[in-house]
Design a protein around this ligand. Structure first.
Ligand code: GCV
Length: 681
């Protein structure tokens, strides 16, 4: 096993320097199997570069992992680091214990995956892992399943391209209708994912087009080839499949989930998948959504649909990730009783308890669609008898498309920490007990992986939050900075760290300030979803309205006079969102239609808030750009510096465009001038 180093691709958060503390020491790796061999290869590579040594002790040759006080002697008589798989641990738990005593740092893992995670944790700690003694710390992931979904097409889609909502170049798996011939990049990606704890990946778009559908059958070998590269890093491969596959691939005249022939087809097809990929993870399904086929065509429920796939996967330990993103995208604006925000709850809550145990109901974190600000989906609290997974979007479809800096960890922390019943039980806990955390990936074949180099931090943060949802966003950012950037001998100490925090810590709120106000969402250009177009979706059937007129703006989602969406929450939150007085400012227009003169908790009117935040947002971006320009040469890689600089230029241009269009729009609608007399076109 060799650890790839790609000459022309940025190493992201695993540059060789990150391994220095491990690589210059003497390490003993105890245990067997492919994941232990991966850890061994990682350490060996680091030692070759930094001068240390590594020895392997297969479990069959030793007893229990060597004790901290008395590690076995190596060529030079001692070890600084011992990585071992416990004989008594729970191998499926992925956890490890880390301690330092008598000059030895010891990682004792529950199983081989835990050993690999333990090694990456030592890498993260760097020299600190080898300093003073430290009492035993237990590290165990909160979520058993930590998954990324790729919206990658095998054959480039005429509108969506090779990666749907991808902002980082082409797919790292697929190109021009085929599996790439050089897959070294996939191994490099597997390392990055494993190092932040991710253990599952789906490799094709949830919108399954004709070529991609074949991955399940005729082109299964392609999936097997990818699985072989992820396996050494403890990552299982999943596949998005089409609900209509029994018809389109199997030649049946129906995909009715209750038809015996359909059930048999899924069972047969799935058995073949496991014959080829024994550790295959399972299926991801987008059904009855945005044109994808589903059980509604046969008068069946989504539980019927999911269960037929679940039954086929169950004998092999596979799971179905069944997406709850089901809504009517052909809406009539006059029909105020239909509310896209209500849809997931209305479709799925009545089915609670009807899904098989190996179905994960994958629910987007907000009720609409990955907007910059949405309330947390009420579905999380509504399905106690279902294994629910929380879906996040690392790819920045609505948050600046990796042309804008937008560090999303603070938003995700808010989602995971949300307590639907306000009683200590959080969304993170619901996901941990259910299907875990899932996110749409933001990588592509771009040299910096993510288009905007700083967007790498979002992928890293997703993995870390799936492991440990309570980690603080700024702490995660520090981890990412420490791993990614080599400390420089030049410049003020910590200047780079301070600059990155200044650019990134509040970047999500900055983005929110210059885009759609107070939780109303959208106002983006239809189709590509980049840049402002206040009425772009207002006169379309997608159900994403703001209802601005000369008197006011916002969607009435109260029970009293609106769509009733507020009533989908447990009482403690339903009452807060229902009430104009109590509703948090940032979600006001999501829940209420108010006059422009409505005074927010902050003390300013809605219209003045719109003006103030849009000017403030642009000022923040101007400041960020200036800070980046002032970084002394040599503090970061020149190409990376240039790429971030270019993106900041574009961010500033676009932020100004947002500011001017939003401010002018609302000035013209309301006729209310800016209290501070600033220029509004
Ligand atoms: C994969 C949004 C995006 C679509 C995406 C869809 C989904 O509507 O714009 O590109 O389709 O969400 O999550 O399925």
């Amino acid at each position: 096993m060799t650890v790839p180093e790609l000459a022309d691709v940025h190493a992201a958060w695993l540059p060789p320097e990150a391994f220095q503390a491990v690589g210059e020491r003497h390490t003993l790796v105890c245990g067997d199997g492919p994941l232990v061999r991966t850890a061994l290869a990682e350490v060996a590579q680091a030692c070759r570069r930094h001068g240390g040594t590594v020895r392997h002790l297969p479990a069959s040759m030793g007893d229990d992992p060597p004790a901290g006080d008395d590690p076995p002697t190596g060529a030079d008589g001692s070890f600084d680091l011992v990585l071992a798989v416990s004989r008594t641990g729970r191998p499926d738990h992925d956890g490890f214990e880390l301690a330092r005593a008598a000059g030895v740092t010891r990682v004792v893992a529950d199983g081989p995956a835990g050993l690999l995670y333990g090694l990456f944790h030592v890498v993260r700690l760097g020299a600190a892992a080898f300093g003073a003694d430290r009492p035993a710390e237990q590290h165990r992931p909160a979520m058993r399943r930590r998954m990324v979904n790729h919206w990658d097409n095998v054959a480039a889609h005429p509108v969506m391209g090779q990666v749907e909502r991808g902002y980082s170049g082409g797919s790292i798996f697929w190109r021009d209708g085929a599996l790439r011939t050089d897959l070294t990049r996939v191994t490099a990606y597997a390392r990055l994912l494993a190092s932040c704890g991710i253990n599952a990946v789906s490799v094709n778009n949830v919108n399954v087009h004709a070529t991609e559908a074949l991955l399940l059958t005729d082109r299964l070998e392609d999936v097997a080839a990818i699985a072989a590269l992820f396996r050494p890093y403890g990552i299982r491969v999943h596949l998005s499949v089409s609900f209509a596959a029994p018809v389109t691939l199997g030649g049946l005249n129906t995909a009715d989930p209750l038809d015996a022939r359909v059930r048999a087809w899924w069972a047969r097809t799935t058995a073949r998948v496991y014959g080829t990929i024994p550790d295959f993870g399972g299926y991801v399904v987008k059904a009855d959504s945005e044109g994808q086929p589903g059980p509604f065509a046969y008068g069946r429920s989504h539980a019927d649909g999911a269960n037929v796939l679940a039954d086929a996967l169950a004998p092999f330990g596979g799971v179905v990730d069944w997406r709850a993103f089901v809504y009517n995208h052909r809406q009539d604006w006059r029909d105020r009783s239909t509310d896209r925000a209500r849809a997931a709850y209305d479709h799925f809550a009545p089915l609670d308890g009807e899904f098989r145990d190996n179905v994960h109901l994958q629910v987007k974190h907000g009720p609409i669609d990955f907007q910059t600000r949405e309330p947390v989906s009420p579905v999380f609290a509504a399905m106690p008898a279902t294994r629910v997974a929380v879906e996040l979007q690392v790819t920045q479809e609505y948050t600046g498309q990796q042309r804008h800096v937008c560090y999303l960890a603070p938003m995700w922390s808010g989602v995971l920490g949300f307590e639907p019943w306000r009683d200590g039980r959080s969304v993170a806990g619901i996901a941990a007990a259910g299907g875990g955390l899932v996110a749409v990936s933001n990588v592509g074949d771009d040299r910096f992986w993510t288009g905007h180099p700083l967007a790498q931090a979002n992928l890293y943060a997703f993995g870390r939050l799936a492991w440990s949802p309570r980690l603080d966003a700024a702490t995660i950012l520090d981890e990412w900075i420490d791993l990614t950037f080599t400390p420089s001998a030049t410049g003020e100490p910590d200047l780079l760290r301070r600059t990155l925090h200044a650019l990134m810590d509040d970047s999500w709120q900055t983005y929110e300030r210059y885009t759609a106000p107070l939780g109303i969402g959208f106002m983006v250009r239809p189709g590509d979803h980049y840049g402002p177009d206040v009425d772009g979706y207002e006169y379309s059937p997608w159900g994403t309205y703001h209802f601005a007129d000369r008197d006011g703006v916002g969607v009435d989602r109260t029970r009293a006079s609106g769509t009733g969406f507020a009533g989908q929450y447990p009482p403690a939150w339903a009452a807060v969102y229902e009430s104009l007085e109590d509703c948090p400012d940032e979600l006001l227009l999501f829940f209420h239609h108010v006059p422009y003169g409505h005074v927010l908790h902050s003390g300013v009117t809605v219209i003045q808030h719109i003006y103030d935040t849009h000017f403030a947002g642009v000022e923040a971006v101007t400041g960020a750009r200036r800070l980046w320009e002032r970084l002394p040469a040599g503090l970061v890689d020149l190409a990376l510096h240039a790429r971030v600089g270019d993106r900041l230029d574009e961010q500033l241009r676009c932020a100004r465009e947002w500011r001017d269009q939003i401010n002018t729009y609302f000035f013209r609608k309301s006729g209310v001038p800016d209290a501070r007399g600033r220029r509004i076109f």
